[in-house]
Design a protein around this ligand. Structure first.
Ligand SMILES: *[C@@H]1O[C@H](CO)[C@@H](O)[C@H](O)[C@H]1NC(C)=O
Ligand SMILES: *[C@@H]1O[C@H](CO)[C@@H](O)[C@H](O)[C@H]1NC(C)=O
Length: 641
């Protein structure tokens, strides 16, 4: 009886605590009224900045007096939702007054006066589409399961966000969308304590063009104090940003479409948003860039020499160009599929393939990338070169550059910590980043879970699932049995807006990812902290996956793609590999047959927490990336032990 009463008292106290969790917070501009939903409290459509068209945004917005009703997401920034975009990505509710963000926090209080780590999600969509308010990024699951605050943001897109405008001295203004992101990060840094968030544990997650944005923030002295770590999903690394000259030709072509004089801002402002959108899509990338990869995002950042000095990949060619922060870097297994089959719905001839390759050839000659994927293919007669192009894009645009970037970050880490490796000069302080920035850690993952799993579905279910992707990929379902661009983000958010069938299939992987990602945001380590409950749970989830015989029937390596030396979790999906921790990697290897980089290790400086799990390294397997990407960098190979 006494126990029962005690439980009841606790329960009542608990309920009371939940109820007392306020849905009203006070920000720098006034009170905001959110609402509780499920295990979260949501504050939607918060205006964080304001801007006129073709003006840098400012967070200096007028304060409001009565509480702001934050129960509905703000409008999406203007974009084309035409046919190929699904409703869960794009809605008709659009306006140029779109600089809003959404804060989703757990319903419960953080334990004992602590704070929640914060995740800021920068959405993808070629710098021309998408919105942080899109139903696919509903953060209900992520925030409540990960016990983190998730902030999703809008920023200006397409010609609204990335037209370059030159003044009479030839100085360019532009990258408005990028600056919007910076304003959002600033707002979050200042205001997140009001939501019980920790302003010193902000992790930026970016996907696709959002990933490249995150990279540009890593390389921006203005942005980098605004966050602590980043998760880079599917950066199309080797697609260059526009040079000043290219931005100038793009602006000229755009102004002709609008019948405005170039740089006549008053004329641009007099046009309707639809006029701007029409002009945006009618300017083709080959009119200002000879690189066929620019078609990935015809409207994206330009190198303005104010804040953006390098294309994303070039940032990492010199370790003084970026800040050393903990990073998780990953790709899906079939990044290139969507890009290729959307642009080439018909078979691709050898001739067209060759000209595509020729116009992106600058990347082929990069030492850190595969020399060429052409030479190994044999051709005769009427071939369809689309699969060869997919492989090229997988390797040269996504995977191999990601490996190079991870190595460079680790290289910088070794430089920073000076952990006894000769041959690495100590870092030269040229970038404006404090030379004492703490050592980073880098983890890599490859998301291999197929977008759809035919065979385990009924025909009707298959059609439902395939329709998800086929709407983006013309009449054919090219993502069948493949892990297409964006599949990992869908699983991570695990939004209620996903079709039920997809939710069923991605539930396990979604849990796993939220665990890793929120560990990373909380501890700076995807594996959490030894001894903490979070860590133990991570291990249990991994073990359960590996030993769950009920799931062993799913063989995800049925593809004919050349990845036979990759072994996935039985459920498919997520291989996490930490570059800098031999102990952890050994454990991962044992569980997931995953491998590590022999070149670098921070042996001797490994925190005790990870060493507890140390086992002698087992067989040193070379990851398929090592084989595919080659060892471009001529650095001495090092081995452990
Ligand atoms: C807030 O907005 C929602 C819908 O947008 C509406 O239903 C609700 O009544 C509003 N609340 C207040 C206090 O105005
Ligand atoms: C590195 O450079 C920045 C900017 O030039 C400077 O403020 C900082 O003090 C330097 N750090 C060190 C350790 O020299």
């Amino acid at each position: 009886m006494r126990t029962a009463c005690a439980i009841l008292v606790c329960l009542l106290a608990y309920i009371d605590m939940i109820h007392s969790q306020s849905t009203t917070v006070r920000t720098s501009k006034g009170y905001i009224q959110g609402f509780s939903q499920g295990q979260t409290i949501k504050f939607l459509g918060i205006p964080y900045a304001t801007a006129q068209r073709y003006q840098y945004s400012t967070i200096d917005i007028p304060a409001w007096t009565s509480a702001l009703n934050a129960t509905k997401t703000g409008a999406m920034c203007p974009q084309k939702c035409a046919g190929t975009r699904q409703a869960i990505y794009c809605t008709k509710d659009q306006s140029e007054e779109c600089l809003t963000l959404n804060v989703v926090r757990p319903l419960h209080n953080p334990s004992q006066g602590a704070t929640f780590p914060v995740i800021v999600y920068i959405h993808g969509g070629d710098f021309s589409s998408g919105s942080g308010s899109a139903p696919v990024y509903d953060a209900d699951y992520f925030a409540s399961r990960g016990h983190v605050i998730v902030v999703t943001i809008n920023y200006r897109l397409g010609a609204f966000g990335f037209l370059s405008i030159f003044d009479k001295y030839g100085d360019a203004a532009g990258n408005f969308g990028f600056r919007d992101q910076q304003m959002a990060l600033t707002w979050i840094k200042v205001n997140i304590p009001a939501f019980d968030g920790d302003p010193d544990r902000i992790t930026v997650i970016g996907d696709g063009s959002g990933c490249l944005s995150a990279v540009s923030h890593l390389a921006s002295p203005v942005s980098q104090p605004l966050f602590k770590s980043a998760v880079l999903h599917s950066c199309p690394w080797t697609v260059p940003f526009l040079s000043r000259e290219q931005a100038r030709s793009q602006a000229a072509a755009f102004s002709r479409q609008l019948a405005c004089a170039v740089n006549d801002i008053a004329c641009y402002r007099a046009k309707s948003a639809d006029d701007i959108l029409r002009a945006q899509v009618s300017v083709k990338s080959d009119s200002y860039s000879s690189n066929s990869l620019v078609a990935f995002f015809p409207w994206g950042p330009s190198i303005d020499h104010r804040e953006i000095f390098y294309s994303p990949y070039d940032v990492f060619k010199d370790t003084s160009r970026f800040d050393s922060k903990p990073l998780v870097i990953g790709v899906t297994a079939d990044e290139g599929v969507g890009f290729v089959y959307q642009r080439f719905p018909m078979p691709l001839s050898r001739g067209h393939y060759d000209s595509f390759m020729a116009s992106s050839v600058t990347n082929i000659n990069d030492q850190s990338l595969p020399a060429s994927t052409v030479s190994t293919a044999t051709h005769s007669g009427n071939v369809d070169m689309r699969e060869a192009l997919v492989r090229y894009i997988n390797n040269n645009v996504f995977s191999c550059p990601a490996v190079f970037v991870a190595k460079q970050i680790e290289r910088k880490q070794v430089q920073n910590t000076g952990s006894g490796r000769s041959g690495f000069a100590r870092r030269i302080n040229t970038s404006g980043f404090p030379a004492s920035s703490p050592p980073a850690k880098v983890w890599m993952f490859e998301f291999t879970m197929p977008t759809s799993l035919p065979g385990s579905f009924t025909v009707q279910q298959q059609q439902m699932t395939n329709a998800l992707w086929s709407s983006r990929l013309s009449a054919n379902n090219f993502c069948d049995k493949r892990s297409c661009h964006g599949a990992d983000i869908r699983a991570l958010f695990y939004s209620n807006a996903l079709p039920l069938i997809e939710r069923l299939k991605t539930e396990e992987i979604g849990k796993q990812m939220v665990r890793y990602w929120s560990n990373f945001a909380r501890y700076g380590n995807v594996n959490g902290i030894i001894g903490s409950r979070a860590h133990l749970r991570t291990l249990q989830i991994q073990s359960a996956l590996v030993t769950d015989s009920a799931n062993r029937g799913l063989n995800l390596n049925t593809n004919t793609r050349p990845r036979s030396n990759t072994v996935s979790f039985p459920l498919g999906g997520l291989n996490v590999r930490q570059l800098t921790s031999p102990a952890r990697l050994t454990l991962q290897s044992a569980l997931a047959s995953f491998t590590y980089w022999p070149e670098f290790s921070t042996q001797g400086s490994e925190p005790l927490t990870t060493m507890l799990l140390h086992q002698p390294p087992v067989e040193l397997r070379r990851n398929h990336w090592t084989q595919t990407c080659g060892g471009g960098q001529s650095r001495p190979r090092r081995r452990w032990g």
